[in-house]
Design a protein around this ligand. Structure first.
Ligand code: GLU
Length: 366
């Protein structure tokens, strides 16, 4: 059974391919999410539909097909979309929180950490985070572009064990099922290569941005981070609850087997350390042998100027590098909290990003 699940709802699913949102469909999706949450599962939603909701709200105006007009529609529609989700989740006494991201929010390390911390805090308080791209401000250069890929980034942020991409097709077929009656559903894909992309063809649905190709791209990103991915039909009865219980619906993409290493590689991807943290013998031993996180108490010296989210080199008293990791505090903060107990951080800085300086999951031993 899966525990932490990202579910992506596309515009076509929420509107049933029409110009209007189908509340009956949405309430059905909400019921399943609420039921899983009741069972103690952690549910994270990635919902498209801001632009469609804006169009509906403004009475389907004739507009030029430019980014700026889409941004306007998204600005009008996003709040409406959230209001719909909020009202529906209220039926199940479940709170939701809005998270709007652009590509920069996952690529710039400090922002990545902020988004990840906010997401994990919501989960801790049993709030269902609802993600969308921040369309109103996202220009072409900083846009993820489609919510399939966005949901894969969310799965990485969340360290989810399952990503469900709900769409209007039952999954990936051996050929386009709309034109080829012999097409059969592929139940499981072990690895994603060119041939898989070829199967996905050029299928695009009417209202959203994505299609099968962006779903395969998303599946590839998520599975490299250790998340299993499934593409399935949103209108299949109880599709979310059945998938979470392990039923073989739709097309499953196997997660790569060493998720943590892959996730770390993704987090660190080729960066050279921006500075150094020197630790005492006790901390060095704990990092090497006890799988511990780095706490301020074990830090004796800070070298260089670096920011929150930067990759730094952790060295022992002799100067030899023992690990690299992503720091939650910048060098200036660390100068003030080095050697102190974690519960003194807030007092010394006036704020705190948590008890650890570098979390175990953000650290690789060298
Ligand atoms: N972010 C867009 C919206 O909410 C949808 C992007 C997509 O369809 O993938 O309207």
């Amino acid at each position: 059974m899966y525990q932490r699940i990202v579910v992506k709802f596309g515009t076509s699913l929420l509107t049933g391919g029409t110009r209007h949102f189908q509340l009956a469909r949405m309430v059905e999706l909400v019921r399943q999410c609420a039921e899983l949450r009741q069972m103690g599962k952690e549910i994270i939603i990635c919902s498209s539909g801001a632009i469609a909701a804006g169009r509906e709200r403004l009475g389907f105006p004739e507009l030029p097909n430019t980014i700026i007009h889409k941004q306007m529609l998204a600005a009008v529609g996003q709040s409406r979309l959230m209001r719909m989700w909020e009202n529906l989740f209220e039926i199940y006494e479940t709170h939701v929180g809005q998270m709007l991201l652009t590509r920069a929010d996952v690529e710039i390390r400090s922002r990545f950490l902020n988004a990840r911390d906010a997401l994990h805090t919501m989960l801790e308080y049993r709030i269902i985070p609802i993600f969308n791209e921040n369309d109103a401000v996202a220009t072409a250069e900083i846009k993820v572009g489609d919510n399939d890929n966005l949901s894969a980034l969310v799965a990485l942020l969340a360290e989810a064990d399952l990503l469900i991409l709900l769409t209007d097709q039952a999954g990936l077929y051996t050929a386009d099922p709309r034109s080829n009656p012999d097409a059969t559903l592929i139940p499981r894909v072990e690895t994603i290569d060119e041939s898989v992309y070829r199967l996905a063809g050029k299928s695009v649905s009417g209202l959203g941005t994505g299609g099968m190709v962006t779903k395969i791209q998303a599946a590839d990103v998520a599975r490299r981070g250790g998340t299993e991915v499934v593409i399935a039909a949103g209108k299949e009865p109880n599709v979310i609850t059945r998938l979470v219980k392990g039923e073989a619906l739709g097309t499953h993409f196997a997660a790569l087997e060493t998720p943590l290493d892959n996730r770390k590689r993704w987090i660190f991807g080729g960066t050279t350390p921006s500075g150094g943290i020197i630790v005492d013998q006790g901390a060095a031993r704990a990092l090497r042998h006890k799988n511990s996180s780095l706490l301020p108490s074990g830090i004796t010296k800070i070298e260089g100027d670096f920011g929150r989210g930067d990759t730094v080199s952790i060295r022992d008293q002799d100067g030899s590098e023992l690990a690299r990791g992503m720091t939650r505090y910048n060098s200036e903060d660390l100068q003030r909290i080095k050697g102190c107990q974690s519960d003194e951080i807030a007092e010394r800085l006036g704020y705190a990003y948590g008890a650890v300086v570098i979390h175990r999951n953000d650290l690789i031993l060298v």
